[in-house]
Design a protein around this ligand. Sequence first.
Ligand code: MG
Length: 392
Amino acid sequence: MQETVNKRRIAILGSTGSIGRQALDVVRQHKDLFQVELLTANNSVDLLISQAIEFDVNAVVICNESKYGQVKEALDPHDIKVFAGMDSVCDLVGGDNIDMVLTAMVGFSGLRSTVAAIQAGKAIALANKETLVAAGQIVMSMAKQYDVPILPVDSEHSAIFQCLQGSAGNPIEKIHLTASGGPFRTWTKQQIQDATLAQALNHPNWSMGSKITIDSASMMNKGLEVIEAKWLFDVGPEKINVVVHPESIIHSMVEFADGAVIAQMGHPDMREPIQYALGYPARLTLNNRKLDFAALGSLTFQAPDTDKFPALALAFESIRRGGNMACAMNAANEVAVAAVLKEQIRFCQIPQVVEKVMDGVDFVVNPSLDDIFQTNESAMARAVEIVRSMTK
Ligand code: MG
């Protein structure tokens, strides 16, 4: 990582998504500290073009190759290099002009480029949790091997990371991972059976992309975050306690041997953890809303209900089974969520798809990266079949 004498030069993978746009807002406020070198997007051509021009980037990649011509034509006069396809992302993240890579793509698709960035020795600001869910063991040992920091961007994991800054090497006794509970927290199991897509997309506290919003409603997001925390902080699932905290003010907590608990707080605003990762270890100013404790009055907590939210139980089950199970679970969930977003299946059917895929997976105890890619592919194919059988 290049330190403050020069600007930190960053690549943003997935710049047109919710995290990518908020990251650029952070950069906009600290242009003296950050230089954006590379932006990548799947399909959002117009936004990618305007971002590239505004931040005067070195290069962009449009992953959908059929849109290359359109981007090339728009950016040629600005002397911005244009590439297409995932192979280009993997090549370019390793460039000498990049210090840090923010991985803000959606889902498993982020794994290849994250691996490429680690192998090129780049610091990783990790927003793509599915990378660790699918291949946590491999990614973390690779980060150790290449001596690159993995700075969490997920708000809960950023909170845990921040809580650990003052731990002086004392081990974690317990992580208290907070969850808002999503839009269906107060619904009965029966009501959730009838939940519509619009209701699932209506998150009470956080403004996020559609995939993670559905994951939050099913609480699969919290399950994915338990797995993410396990790998990032090297703790067993018995040391990770999920606690529902509807106000989303405490972003997570760490408990130590003496029972002392350190919490990190703030209004829910993803720019805060994004900025902390991009600027780490510096704390920079941010035009966010500050906490007024008297106005808050009280904070509340409750235990999660895995009967109402079986996806959370499935995630713990995937950790218990180990190997490639979390990868298969994640793949099934991605397919199921996409099917819900296209209104092919109902929201409440997500855990059914996931469970069926997990039960039929070819289990691998110590998966290689190739095994992970293969598991992802076969689990997705199986999930597509299951979705199809449900829509008949
Ligand atoms: Mg989160």
